[in-house]
Design a binder for this molecule. Sequence first.
Ligand code: UDP
Length: 478
Amino acid sequence: MEQSSASPHVLIFPLPVQGPIKCMLKLAELLCLAPDLHVTFLNTDHNHRRLLLYTDIQSRFATFPQFRFETISDGLPEDHPRSGDGFMDLFDSLETVTKPLFKEMLSSGIGRPVTCIIADGVLNFSFEIAEEVGIPLMYFDTISPCGLWTYFCVRKLIDAGELPFQGDDLDAPIKCVPGMEGFLRRRDLPNFCRVGDLNDPVTKIIMKEVQQVPRARGLILNTFEEVDEPVLSHMRSLCPKLYPIGPLHTHLKMKLATEPTPPGPQQASSSGLWQEDRCCLKWLDAQPPKSVIYVSIGSLAMMTSDQVMEFWHGLVNSGHRFLWVRRPNSIPGGDWEGQIPKEVLEATAERGWLVSWAPQEEVLAHPAIGGFLTHSGWNSTLESMVEGVPMVCWPYFVDQQVNSRFVSEVWKLGIDMKDTCDRAVIEKMIKDVMDLRRDEFVVSADRIAKLARESVSEGGSSSCNLERLIEDIRLMKM
Ligand code: UDP
């Protein structure tokens, strides 16, 4: 009992959207494997209801007596889409409704005293509140380090006159992002850079984020030293206490597999905000090795009906088998579906499979998967990397424009399709990744997948960084 009250208590607060929640749940589980740490995970009421409905989080975390969930309002009505165009409403509401509630929660206490808050890097208010209530805070930026580094360089880009863009040539090179000279173009910068207005709300959030992140007690990143070394070395000049502990999903799997007494199920847990359709795994079982292209645009990106049509024709015309996630609310309703040509529907029935939400980690690990047409979200990119699956990238927003450039030009793991959505281009790129240029991508993909696994093995860089993180949390308690 005495030892327990002296135990450190970490409060984890993710940005309340799919990618960060999934990532931070993995971090929570990893921290719970350190028996002296107490962990509280703060979900919004809306997301917690959905997680209870669609996932095994309750039974999974019930195996850790030192873990508990807390919930807080995000201030939005239950039926608000919270994605695509509505994404900014979430930020406004977090600032006006959630921020005061968070302060009240910390001031009145959540059981045992909180030793340290781990909050998403973009939750700017969490830093202010942590300072006010006197609790140390670490940031966990769940976007890619390459994307985050371009955020850090926005001020420099403005001072050098590279931002806002002069003229409309998106292929003009960008010179003021250290480490990315020579391959970064205007079109590869995060999409808010195209707005050209420094008073744009997204730009303001990002500018505040980059001021606050270096002031926190540390910065946790979902990456591994071996893949991001050049960017991390630049970032360390601003944030010396850096903890690259990814890929988190593999890290957790590895730790559970090597636990002498595993606390619960060792397989990947679901943490989706939608019901996973597991039938697609059975369909994949019936497909030849490396024959299927998996298509998903993640949890927030949207498509117009024209873009869906181009994707559909491109997929069918490529002649390859495909598994396509069409998330509810990601594509418009209406009568356009009635206009799909008969031969496209027939080809889909023959060699395609459509689902509304997939068990993506298991899908990407399936032997039938040969490629991934992705929106280049950072979690999806890492999940593909670990399984050595080459990618066709169609970025939507946030860090995705940077990620897709790194996938194609730095890591050589696939092709960047940004800023086009044309059936002939889609067809060609799928053929390239699945067949014509496959060998060239597979060499890099296998090499990076091996490095990723090594980093989370005993003595690997991410494994050591996680130990250091846990030790530093313990020191905060002292
Ligand atoms: N995901 C999933 N099933 C799907 C589509 C996505 O489980 O059908 C998961 C995926 O594995 C990833 C997360 O949702 O972990 C999406 O995060 P990412 O950073 O790739 O993109 P975002 O949704 O934040 O744009």
